[in-house]
Design a protein around this ligand. Structure first.
Ligand code: GLN
Length: 476
């Protein structure tokens, strides 16, 4: 039976907004009963999972880590959760995130930041007894505020998995929010092709880039979850309307006929020596195994973030317009006029990051600005996607890049930067895949000198998850 009581060791890391004891208990007992009747539903029966708190779960708080939705419980399940539930999983809890998934550190949540397990005192309690360098690690970690961010915005889901309190977790990925925390927490983080997995019931950030993501400890675990949640959904017309063919990874993997591209634009300033070494080392290993590893160019990469920040704010302004205090969500105590009610509700309900994005988005969408910003960013988006097409058409099968430029930053250093600058640095390598809708995965590689996870990213052409996951497994 799944353990539904979080230990006091895990709690200070703050991965969960809500631990769904009642749901988990019920689901665990029904899994037990099925087992006694010998009628297990499938591979996920009784498996504990966690879900980012921007997915609707019927009758359970779904907060988006925002005061605006702090008391909101939806009347329906997100398709991805519904699919997992009917396969018998046990919902352990809803996980922490940056408010409305706007961020890359899980530091801007109504419920406080999520701490990374790696580099925390908790980790030294868990894993480092006795060894010589554990003393070094522990000493360093006792410095005030020296703990590391979990990455974001799905940092809660990542820490939930990293601490072993669930088998896998759902994140969401609009610009890197699943791969980034996976990179910092030493996990596999999969962003499937846009349209492969339903977004119904995922509270939107940027509709044409949002994708449900999967955080797991191994590639095989991620495949198990992907196979359970992928496929067309009547409720989400942007899912591709063709039958999903389950991924099947073989035990023996031959990569000798693959061509792997190394895009030079990802070797930017700010990349740490250790990440650069990992990138080089894995390229060499792929070569030694017979793959051809070739330099490629994606010339519009540098425009991706700025173009994303325009598109993101326009979608945010529009998507968050519904939070007016009338239908659901927070309502301010202000009855003198409807206008004043909206105003007070929205200024109380959203944090400054969200408010800033709404303001800027509305500015970009003004009639006199629309062509200058929104339309231009959309054109640039097409050029970024075309860069990838050119590379795939030159017979490159996959791209290998860093996911993040460094190991997990210290919290106190990270929060010196504003949200926009954080995203600029954090999303450089992950964001272009969302622009183009491509599948991409974070693969943990090794530990740094500070004993923190270092990771790399693979990207594949649209709907080539089978190839992506196969090579990820080979690297893992
Ligand atoms: N960091 C980006 C943002 O804040 C992407 C977040 C995400 O993928 N949800 O918009």
């Amino acid at each position: 039976k799944a353990s539904i009581k979080l230990t006091s060791i895990v709690k200070p890391l703050n991965p969960y907004i809500n631990v769904t004891n009642d749901v988990a208990g019920e689901q665990a007992s029904s899994a037990d009963e099925r087992q006694q009747r010998n009628s297990l539903l499938g591979q996920l029966d009784g498996i504990p999972i966690a879900v980012k708190d921007n997915y609707c779960v019927k009758g359970k708080p779904t907060t988006c880590a925002s005061r605006m939705l702090a008391n909101f419980s939806p009347g329906y399940n997100a398709t991805v959760y519904e699919k997992l539930r009917t396969q018998g999983v046990v919902l352990i809890g809803k996980t922490n995130l940056d408010e409305f998934a706007m961020g890359s550190g899980t530091v801007d949540s109504l419920y406080g930041p999520t701490k990374n397990l790696w580099g925390s005192e908790v980790l030294s309690q868990f894993y480092s007894y006795g060894s010589d360098d554990s003393q070094v690690t522990t000493r360093k970690l006792h410095e005030k505020d020296a703990w590391r961010i979990a990455g974001g915005s799905s940092g809660g889901s990542a820490v939930a998995v990293a601490t072993g309190t669930c088998y896998a977790a759902l994140g969401s990925d609009t610009g890197g929010s699943t791969r980034n925390p996976a990179s910092y927490c030493g996990l596999v983080g999969l962003k499937p092709t846009y349209g492969l997995v339903s977004r119904y019931g995922l509270i939107p950030l940027l509709n044409s880039m949002d994708v449900p993501g999967i955080l797991a400890r191994t590639v095989d675990d991620a495949v198990l979850i992907l196979n359970a949640i992928a496929g067309p959904d009547q409720a989400d017309p942007t899912t591709v309307q063709r039958e999903y063919v389950p991924i099947n990874l073989s035990e023996t993997i031959d990569i000798s006929n693959l061509r792997i591209g190394i895009p030079k634009e990802y070797g930017v300033q700010g990349i740490s020596e250790e990440i650069a070494e990992c990138w080089e080392k894995v390229s060499c290993l792929l070569k030694e195994a017979g793959a051809s590893v070739v330099p490629v160019s994606l010339p519009h990469t540098d425009y991706s973030i700025v173009c994303y920040s325009v598109l993101n704010r326009c979608d945010v302004a529009s998507n968050l317009a519904c939070y007016d205090g009338i239908e659901y969500g927070h309502r301010a105590n202000e009855w003198s006029s409807a206008h004043k009610l909206y105003k007070k509700t929205r200024s109380e309900g959203f944090n400054n990051v969200v408010k800033g994005r709404i303001l800027v988005g509305n500015y970009f969408l003004l009639a006199e600005n629309y062509e200058k910003y929104y339309v231009k960013a959309m054109k640039m988006r097409r050029l970024i996607a075309q860069d990838f097409d050119v590379v795939w058409n030159s017979n490159v099968d996959l791209l290998l890049t860093p996911t993040t430029l460094t190991e997990a930053p210290r919290y106190d250093e990270f929060v010196q930067l504003d949200n926009q600058t954080q995203c600029l640095i954090q999303d450089h390598c992950t964001q272009p895949a969302n622009m183009a809708g491509l599948p991409a995965i974070n693969v943990p590689i090794k530990l740094s000198r500070n004993r923190l996870p270092l990771s790399l990213q693979l990207m594949a052409p649209l709907f080539h998850e089978q190839r992506l996951l196969t090579v990820a497994k080979w690297i893992e």
